[in-house]
Design a protein around this ligand. Structure first.
Ligand SMILES: Cc1ncc(COP(=O)(O)O)c(C=O)c1O
Length: 384
């Protein structure tokens, strides 16, 4: 059987990532490397700032184009998207639009949420929310957890699409449908899936979906996007707001709190302009390569990581079912940060999290990258 190949020109993409000349980035669940395109985008902003002093219209247009690029990734439109500096801010804005004293007080939060998302929901307790948990057991969440825990008191279900610790993919369509059927909303943190797994918000039927850009979207910190289901927008008034949430931010009317008719009512202050430049360029790469092709290659890489880890005596964390996980593959190690440092010294960038060491390849990684990373990991932990 011939070796699997991605459905795009792997070598051409690799040439656009300077870091590959020095090391093997396998920490894409944490921070993806710089590309020629993202660097050029940052320079475009610097050049505009330097030559024009201020070019507000062009900068605002760039933020709009970044929203449009995010929208294209998830089958939405730019009007369905709000921009933030972080997923934490986006989650807080959503929470601030909900009323937990009007009959539905339960927030069902998955234990697989990145802590920041759970923290935002926990902070709603003083606004009347009751937090309940969908339990992680052996690194996975049984989908039936949601079936039994969602009821007529549930206001919102917060379920990440992919678990940051080991790449477990949750059946978001099923969870959103279950929430909708009992009159609850669904909030999805897709930070660990966007760019790695195709996402169609309309097909999934989710109400909110948030992501930042520095992981599989090839971007940088300091910018995040929120999708709000358009049918819902009119009914929501986030208490966390600002002038960019207005009908016309440039009306400068101090005493009128009107609301943009689109998801931009969730925008607040001056958007992260330079970060939006880079974010758009990163998402353009993902949209060009194509999430379907990326996912297909990730499945091969994940299979190699799981089988190769087993052959080398490494202990997998979470499921070994490729269909239920992203390419992020976690191995249980004794001191993950020491293992990460030792691997870095040998030219492989992994990502430590608690008691696991994550190897997270992306579309530009080769099978050789995976094999080398596994060899180095096995050597460092002494299981080879
Ligand atoms: C799934 C997930 N959600 C949220 C975050 C953090 O979000 P932010 O720092 O943008 O609030 C991370 C990682 O940084 C993550 O992996």
């Amino acid at each position: 059987m011939s070796a699997p190949r991605p459905g795009y020109d792997l070598d051409a993409w690799r040439r656009r990532i300077p870091l590959l000349a020095r090391c093997i980035p396998m920490n894409n669940c944490s921070q993806t490397p710089q590309t020629d395109a993202t660097r050029a985008a940052a320079e475009r902003y610097l050049e505009s700032w330097n030559s024009a002093g201020m070019d507000w219209d062009a900068w605002m247009n760039e933020v709009h184009l970044a929203k449009a690029e995010f929208a294209a990734l998830i089958n939405a439109t730019a009007d369905d998207i709000a921009v933030f500096s972080s997923v934490s801010d986006a989650t807080s804005a959503v929470a601030s639009a909900l009323d937990f004293t009007a009959g539905r007080a339960t927030v069902l939060v998955s234990e697989a949420e990145f802590p920041t998302v759970a923290h935002v929901w926990l902070a709603q307790e003083r606004r009347g929310a009751n937090i309940r948990w969908a339990t992680v057991r052996d690194g996975v969440i049984d989908p039936a957890e949601y079936d039994t825990r969602i009821d007529e008191r549930t206001a919102v279900v917060s379920a990440c699409h992919a678990y940051y610790q080991n790449g477990l993919i949750q059946d978001i369509g099923r969870i959103a449908a279950r929430a909708r059927a009992s009159g609850a909303l669904s909030f999805v943190d897709a930070y660990q899936s966007l760019g790695a797994v195709p996402v169609d918000v309309r097909a999934l039927g989710v109400d909110f979906l948030a992501s930042g850009n520095l992981k599989f979207l090839m971007g940088i910190p300091g910018v995040a996007f929120l999708y709000v289901r358009p049918e819902l927008v009119e009914s929501l008034r986030p208490a966390a707001t600002g002038w960019f949430g207005r009908l016309n931010p440039f009306a400068f009317d101090t005493k009128t709190l009107d609301w943009s008719p689109t998801a931009s009512r969730f925008d607040s202050g001056t958007p992260p302009i330079m970060n939006a430049y880079v974010a758009r360029a990163g998402m353009e790469i993902i949209n060009t390569v194509g999430p379907v092709k990326i996912r297909a290659w990730h499945e091969h890489l994940a299979r190699r990581l799981i089988d190769g880890g087993r052959e080398r005596g490494l202990t997998l964390h979470g499921t070994d079912e490729i269909a239920r996980k992203t390419a992020v593959t976690a191995f249980v190690v004794r001191d993950s940060h020491a293992v990460e440092a030792a691997m870095r010294a040998r030219g492989v960038l992994p990502s430590a999290r608690g008691d696991v060491l994550r190897l997270a390849p992306h579309f530009y990684n080769s099978m050789d990258d995976v094999d080398t990373a596994l060899d180095v990991l096995a050597d460092v932990v002494g299981s080879a």
